[in-house]
Ligand binder design. Structure first.
Ligand SMILES: Nc1ncnc2c1ncn2[C@@H]1O[C@H](COP(=O)(O)OP(=O)(O)OP(=O)(O)O)[C@@H](O)[C@H]1O
Ligand SMILES: [Mg+2]
Length: 447
């Protein structure tokens, strides 16, 4: 049952409202003063508050403010006198949902209550969706139990509650952004923004204005003043992706914000403060860049107050089976497919591939295999076997005979021992093929 709290000092109005609304099936609580209204709200938050703005003790606006302080989402309808527009405007500014002019018209009241509940349902849905989004970044969604990934979990847990700057290093596709989000959404600032800026995708001068904002007229295209990401991030997280690509000029500006917490917009003169936590990521070796004079050492130390290094997928192959299951679930859900079976030999291939693009590459490969699958099974033929696997030569230099032997064996296996097909492909006669098979002691497998 929906509940309504009526805060009204006039006994006649209070009683009429209470009985009318109770008849409509609402659960009613009443309060005669502002203080007792705020208390009643605190004890059992109702779905809606009907608030008179003229109360004997504290004024209605103050009641409104206190209720909103307790719960930003409280839905409050205020009741005002017809000549009191100033209070009304003030109340709406403070977050009242709607105002009703006294004497109350019951039809109007019904309509307003109806609308308020509809809006509330909508808001609940939105906040549910936001919560769902956050769930995507809980630690549960970082798959793996290898020693490498376990130490990452530990670090996430220990830094989430701090404001320390964090540097996440790891090859492309190892989950740097995923980890950054997990840190943010597990921190006390999870309701503040998580802002991503890719430092390599944006040209230097634009990047500066993206980071710090610009004032009107700062450069030719600056037609109006803008906020930079440092400002937009508020108390949230600013994720500086590919920080290794920041130019020397911007590196010194970044260093300055990190040290002093203040900055200026491009072309601006006012000093602004930032409270954002900075998480930087890179797939480059920053130490090597420092040695080449391309990255400032002082900035490096400022960024890596805490350092998290993500292992490459091939360094934690034991995680691949779980990862495959997890990714297949996700892909099937997204594509509305049901390709979930992975035969053992396909899993073995998946475990053995080099995955230079790490989890992202695995995800792409599985997506392709799901799309191409005819039934519910992931087929080996739909996996992108690395050129390495098909490469005719290894890096080691060997006699011609050895290459010949290996290659004939390779073709025989590929055609499952069919000598006719093999001789066609190799463009040698059957007797020559037979001779080579005997000479090299090749295996025909099943025919
Ligand atoms: N441990 C993991 N568990 C589950 N999914 C993962 C894991 N690591 C990465 N992923 C998934 O792999 C994809 C790539 O991850 P992410 O974008 O975080 O990588 P990245 O390191 O930022 O890569 P890049 O350097 O290419 O930007 C994402 O879809 C992410 O959800
Ligand atoms: Mg990334």
């Amino acid at each position: 049952m929906r509940s309504i709290l009526i805060i009204e000092d006039d006994p006649l109005v209070r009683k009429t409202l209470a009985s009318q609304l109770a008849k409509k099936g609402f659960e009613i609580t009443v309060a005669e003063t502002g203080e007792s209204g705020v208390r009643a709200f605190g004890e059992a938050p109702p779905d809606l508050v009907l608030l008179d703005v003229r109360l004997p003790d504290i004024d209605g606006l103050e009641v409104l403010r206190r209720i909103k302080e307790r719960n930003r989402r409280a839905v409050i309808l205020i009741m005002t006198a017809f000549d009191d527009m100033k209070t009304t405007v003030e109340a709406i500014k403070l977050g009242a949902y709607e105002y009703l002019v006294k004497p109350l018209n019951m039809t109007e009241l019904d309509l307003a209550i109806d609308k308020a509940f509809q809006m509330r349902a909508l808001e609940e849905k939105v906040s549910y969706l936001v919560e769902e989004k956050k769930k995507e970044y809980t630690i549960d969604n970082i798959i793996g139990h290898s020693a490498g990934i376990r130490s990452v979990f530990k670090l996430i847990g220990s830094v989430a509650n701090t404001r320390a700057n964090i540097l996440i290093q790891g090859e492309s596709g190892t989950g740097k952004e995923l980890v950054a989000k997990a840190i943010h959404y597990n921190s006390p600032y999870r309701d503040e923004p998580f802002i991503v800026i890719n430092c390599s995708a944006i040209q230097d001068t634009l990047l500066e204005s993206e980071l710090f904002g610009h004032v009107k007229g700062a450069f030719t295209d600056a037609v109006s003043e803008t906020k930079g990401k440092f400002e937009i991030a508020g108390k949230g997280t600013l994720f500086l992706d590919e920080v290794g690509d920041v130019s020397p000029n911007l590196q010194s500006k970044l260093l300055r914000v990190i040290e002093s917490r203040d900055f200026m917009k491009v072309g601006g003169e006012k000093v602004l403060k930032t409270e954002a936590r900075i998480i930087a990521a890179t797939n480059q070796n920053l130490k090597a860049l420092i040695d080449k004079g391309r990255f400032r050492e002082d900035l490096f130390y400022r960024l890596k107050v805490v350092e998290i290094t993500l292992p490459a997928l091939r360094e934690r192959r034991e995680d691949i089976p779980d990862m495959v299951d997890y990714l297949l679930e996700k892909i099937n859900r997204d594509l509305r497919r049901h390709v979930r079976k992975v035969p053992p030999e396909v899993m073995k291939t998946l475990i053995d591939l080099p995955w230079r693009g790490n989890v992202r590459e695995l995800e792409n490969a599985l997506t392709r295999a799901v799309i191409l699958a005819k039934g519910d099974v992931v087929l080996k033929e739909n996996l992108p076997l690395e050129p390495d696997e098909r490469k005719a030569f290894s890096d080691e230099l060997v006699p011609l005979e050895e290459v010949e032997k290996k290659y004939i064996q390779h073709v025989l296996s590929a055609v499952r021992g069919s000598k006719t097909r093999a001789s066609q492909i190799l463009q040698i006669s059957r007797p020559t093929l037979d001779k080579k098979i005997k000479e090299f002691g090749l295996d025909l497998g099943e025919t």
